[in-house]
Write a protein that binds this ligand. Structure first.
Ligand code: NDP
Length: 249
């Protein structure tokens, strides 16, 4: 991780779950981390919980990534205060209940606008910073097993309505970015991480109860992010699929 010391990593959705675990692990690994989320109090709580000697490497920006103007403002602040972006962990995501065929259209839009467009806004801004400064940065997408070919929802579960298309869209965004960056002659790396069930706030308690111990922890995903980042500059970890042992779907 030597080449990432004091480099700037932006993590969307850092106020809980996987994003918060990524923030902890990257701050501890020596990066400057900027956590983006809507809940300022939760970002502050995370900062306070870090060991004192690491706390100064955590920065927070209240930002709703589904709003392009808010993403623009947050990245402008990062550029000005920290000099640019070297790593982006596109992690912010939501799930809303209901079925695609009859749930309110505004809920469908909200899911797509957060999970897909929010990631696109952040990707454009981070890539722009990396290319302008000619740094071989790293784009990481926290996707899902719901976003890759072969996804078979458990018929007993409520289907993941617009969440699944948002994550399939993210798979395509990742691949398009990979190809466009090669065409530009860039050394920026891209990685998609596809977890199965993870014990975070996004998963309803009934689902957690049903899964029992067959569930990943947020730290498991953060370790995968750290692994992808820690590979040599010429090596690209393109995809990591992580499931708890015993997870069927
Ligand atoms: P959490 O609910 O714990 O975390 C979601 C994070 O996203 C929160 O920090 C939340 O912060 C943030 N967020 C949501 N909407 C926005 C927004 N509009 N702008 C900025 N931040 C936002 O769940 P997870 O940690 O599990 O989710 C993280 C990612 O992992 C998601 O993309 C999810 O799809 C993916 N994933 C999760 C799995 C699981 O089983 N848990 C499985 C596979 C993938 P705030 O509310 O403060 O804005």
């Amino acid at each position: 991780m030597d080449r990432w010391q004091n480099r700037v990593a932006v993590i969307s959705g850092a106020s809980s779950g996987i994003g918060a675990a990524c923030a902890r692990i990257l701050v501890a690994a020596g990066l400057q981390v900027v956590g983006l989320a809507r809940r300022a109090d939760r970002l502050e709580k995370l900062r306070q919980s870090l060991p004192a000697e690491q706390r100064t490497r955590f920065h927070q920006q209240t930002c709703d990534v589904s709003q392009e103007s808010q993403a623009n403002n947050a990245f402008e602040w990062i550029e000005k205060e920290l000099g640019g972006i070297d790593v982006l962990v596109n992690n912010a995501g939501i799930v809303l209940g209901g079925q695609l065929i009859d749930m309110p259209t505004k809920d469908i839009s909200n899911i797509l606008q957060t999970n897909l467009m929010g990631s696109i806004y952040c990707t454009k801004l981070a890539t722009g910073s990396m290319i302008r400064r000619q740094v071989p940065g790293h784009l990481i997408f926290v996707n899902s097993t719901a976003g890759v070919a072969g996804y078979k929802p458990d018929p007993a579960e409520e289907s993941l309505n617009a969440y699944t298309p948002s994550k399939f869209g993210l798979t395509a965004v990742h691949e398009i970015c990979r190809q466009e960056l090669i065409q530009k002659g860039s050394k920026i790396k891209t990685t998609s991480i596809n977890p199965g069930w993870v014990a975070t706030e996004i998963v309803p308690d009934e689902t957690k109860a049903k899964l029992g111990e067959v569930i990943l922890q947020a730290d498991d995903v953060a370790q995968a992010v750290l692994y992808a980042l820690s590979t040599p500059a010429h090596t690209q970890v393109e995809q990591i699929t992580l499931r708890a042992v015993g997870e069927y779907f």
